[in-house]
Every structure is written in C-alpha cells, then in structure tokens.
Design a protein around this ligand. Structure first.
Ligand code: NDP
Length: 247
C-alpha cells in the first residue's frame, strides 16, 4: 500500500501497527499517525526521527468539526494518489461492565469514540479512498487499492456473547460492525474493501497485563492479515489470524 492512516497511534496497538508498517520490507510512502497530543507522543516522535514517511497529526476523534482539516492535510501529502487504507483503531473500554453502574452519559461517551467517530471518519475519507481506488483500478480489491479497517472486538460479537455484561463496549463494537457491513455494500462498486477486525486479547492499557499477546505479536498478525485481504473478505468480521467471526 502507498498510504495508511491509523487513529490512536501514540500507544498500544495503534503505535505497534504504525511501527510495524514503517519497518516492513516495503513501507508505505505515507504513514499518517494520528493522536490527541503529538507533543507527548515520545515513541511516535522517535519513530519520526528515522522515518521521513511518518506524518504525526493531532486529532481527537470526538472533535467532529476537525475532520475536514485532517482530510485536507492528508490530501495535501498524497495528492492525486488518494488514501489507500483508513485504519479506525482509536477506542475506549467503556467505564462500567455491570448493569447497575453505568449511566446514559457513559454509554454516549463510549458510542461517540468507538462508533460515531469511525463511522464519520470513514464518511469523511470516502473521496480520498475513492481516489486511491481509481488510481489503482488495475489492482484487485484489497489494501493495495483502497480499504477501511475497523478495529472491533470479539466482545462486539452478539453470537459469541455467553457472559453478558460489558454493555457499553459490546454495544459500541456491535454497532461498529453493523456499519462495517453497510459501508462494505455501499462502497463495493467503488472498489473499496471494508472489514471489522478483532486483534486478539493484547497487553495494552486496555487489554491489561494478563492479556496473552504482546503488541509486537498482534501487529505482526495484523500486518499479515492486511496483506491477505481480498474481495472475498469484504464486509466480514475477522480475528487477527484471519478466521471469520460470528456477528
Ligand atoms: P489503548 O487503551 O492502549 O489505546 C487506545 C488508543 O485510543 C490510544 O492511542 C488513545 O489515545 C486513543 N484514543 C482514545 N480516545 C481517543 C480520542 N477521543 N481521540 C483520539 N484517540 C483516542 O487500547 P488498545 O491499543 O488496546 O486498543 C486499540 C483498539 O483495539 C481499540 O479500538 C480497542 O477497542 C481494540 N481492541 C483491543 C483489545 C485488546 O486486548 N487490547 C481487544 C479487542 C479490541 P490517548 O493516549 O490520547 O488516550
């Protein structure tokens, strides 16, 4: 792929994915790593000092008014090539998991970050994704042409929910999955692939210290999966190892 944008890339999975792309055998010409406070994103700044293709852009996904400005900055860099991959990674865990504790405000906050933001950001980047798809129309559907990857979670699977709870997080990711499906149908004729991804249970601030997988390993799996995505994956929900998950 020539260009990719990853949200929430100052720590956790986002940072690992950005690092993995920059050090891959054929790194993208442009890696846009967005985060809320670039000045505090030391690891990203260190990466930028050795990779001139890394652009660190300030971006709070809840600041919907700023989306146009982000699109303009990406557009200025990629010019007529468009953006190949939008990776909606930023997310929050949802404050309370039990039925008695959470309030409407907690539900709304979680939906704003985990659901409304990736939906609205995809909408904002459709023109640049279409441009990338047109510039690469000789290629089959996939991340080399144009794709949106929504970072979901196995907790968003309704079919696999045997334990209940986690209302905020589960509902926000299930709704994101519903959007993945609709975008995949609506954007198919433009050659843009859209999938939901479960990254595994990963040791990050969100995954916690007991998670079995490191961010390094998870990012390796995710990079492999991104390379393998094709038309048959469009509109699906996949685990990090490429196996399909129930909605
Ligand atoms: P972390 O908590 O480690 O990182 C979350 C990232 O999201 C941070 O960069 C954070 O930025 C960013 N973020 C949160 N709110 C906003 C906002 N309003 N605007 C911009 N950025 C924001 O989580 P993970 O790396 O573990 O999770 C990444 C994704 O993977 C999430 O979507 C999560 O739901 C999903 N996931 C993770 C699993 C795991 O086991 N770790 C399992 C399943 C899914 P800041 O530093 O500014 O807060």
């Amino acid at each position: 792929m020539r260009s990719v944008l990853v949200t929430g890339s100052n720590r956790g999975l986002g940072l690992a994915i950005v690092g993995r792309m920059l050090t891959s055998k054929s790194p993208p010409g442009h890696v846009f790593a967005t985060c809320r406070r670039p000045e505090q994103a030391t690891e990203l700044q260190n990466l930028a000092s050795c990779h001139s293709n890394l652009h660190i852009l300030p971006f709070d996904v809840t600041d919907f008014e700023s989306y146009g400005n982000l699109v303009d900055r990406v557009s200025d860099a990629v010019k007529d090539d468009g953006l190949n991959v939008l990776f909606n990674n930023a997310g929050i865990p949802g404050k309370y998991s039990r039925i008695s504790y959470f309030k409407a405000s907690h539900l709304i906050e979680t939906f704003t970050v985990n659901t409304a933001a990736p939906i609205m950001l995809t909408k904002a980047f459709v023109p640049l994704l279409k441009q990338a798809s047109r510039s690469n129309k000789h290629l089959p559907m996939g991340t080399s042409r144009a794709a949106v990857v929504n970072m979901s979670s196995i907790l968003g699977s309704i079919g696999l929910n045997k334990d209940g709870g986690h209302y905020l997080y589960r509902c926000s990711k299930s709704a994101l999955n519903a959007a993945t499906k609709s975008f995949s149908v609506d954007l198919k004729s433009s050659g843009i692939l859209v999938v939901s991804l479960h990254p595994g249970w990963v040791k990050t601030d969100m995954g916690g210290p007991n998670a079995p997988m490191t961010t390094d390993r998870a990012s390796q799996h995710i990079a492999q999966l991104l390379c393998s995505l094709s038309e048959e994956h469009n509109g699906g929900f996949y685990s990090y190892d490429g196996s399909p998950l129930q909605w």
